[in-house]
Design a protein around this ligand. Structure first.
Ligand code: IPD
Length: 277
């Protein structure tokens, strides 16, 4: 019983694997790197190539669907989630890792209908791990069911975060002071791996207890949110309120208690909204 979006899900898996193969090969080759919103916000020809491949194949099969994708958004396309079936695509998550040949790089494809996330596919290109989550049908990595950690105590938590693209002194101060607050609360550790989607997959797998970030985008969050929820986890706003895909910020954890503790510890870093640009 695959559900009504079975055909879409199957194509998403196929395209993530195909894109992953291209990225894996390109990882060791010479790249042309450009910057976007800051000197640390990078893009390569492979980001564009992979995004064009994924979107054109999806469009061929599903011409009435809508698309939100990282490089199209960087070129000025609006990010609006309407009730229509909508694909939300990050062709290379961890572009900075990709540029440096640091082998933590993913393809992320999310799918929403009626503004509700239906499924997510995230492919760890170098380790060839395929993470999937479908609403009401569980989350899996290479066929193995995922389950989040049940930890509720911040002083026993392994916490993941990402730096985000802004590097001005005021932003960096807030970023570091948020990390300091969690370390003061005696979190076991705070990790930054360079790919928000793969960090969120570690959370879904129970390999970490919490994740938070300011300055990520809907294409970093769409697929991962379904995978975490289907693994039993919580995804919420950094204010402690309900999750908002377009808000450029998130707290996720294995338990509501843990997510709330993290949200309470954080100071807000303002990145605006994806649907406001
Ligand atoms: C970025 C990475 C990075 C995170 C950013 C993301 P990209 O995605 O996941 O770790 O800090 O917020 O936008 O640009 O490599 O697709």
């Amino acid at each position: 019983a695959g559900g009504p979006w079975e055909e879409c899900f199957e194509l998403a898996v196929q395209l993530a694997l195909r894109a992953g193969q291209i990225i894996r090969k390109a990882l060791s080759e010479e790249k042309h790197v450009s910057t976007k919103t800051s000197a640390a916000d990078l893009v390569t020809e492979t980001d564009h190539l992979v995004e064009d491949l994924i979107i054109s194949e999806l469009q061929k099969k599903f011409p009435s669907h809508r698309f939100i994708a990282e490089e199209a958004a960087a070129a000025g396309a609006k990010c609006v989630l309407t009730p229509s079936p909508t694909w939300i695509v990050d062709p290379i998550d961890g572009t900075c890792n990709f540029v440096h040949r640091f082998p933590t790089v993913a393809v992320s494809i999310g799918f929403a209908v009626n503004q509700e996330l239906e499924f997510g596919v995230i492919y760890h290109c170098t380790e060839e791990r395929l993470y999937t989550g479908r609403r009401g049908q569980g989350a899996f990595c290479n066929g193995q069911q995922l389950r989040v950690s049940g930890e509720t105590d911040l002083s026993k938590a392994l916490v993941l975060t990402e730096i985000g693209p802004k590097r001005d002194p005021a932003t960096l101060k807030l970023f570091l002071s948020n990390m300091e607050r969690l370390l003061h609360a005696k979190a076991h550790g705070v990790r930054v791996i360079g790919s928000s989607t793969l960090a969120l997959c570690h959370l879904a797998s129970g390999a970490a207890d919490a994740y938070y970030q300011f300055g990520l985008h809907c294409w970093d969050l769409a697929a991962a949110t379904v995978i975490i929820r289907e693994a039993g986890g919580i995804v919420m706003d950094t204010s402690g309120g309900p999750f908002d895909l377009m808000s450029c910020r998130v707290v996720a954890a294995g338990t509501r208690e843990m997510a709330t503790l993290i949200a309470q510890a954080l100071q807000t870093i303002n990145y605006g909204r994806d649907d406001d640009k």
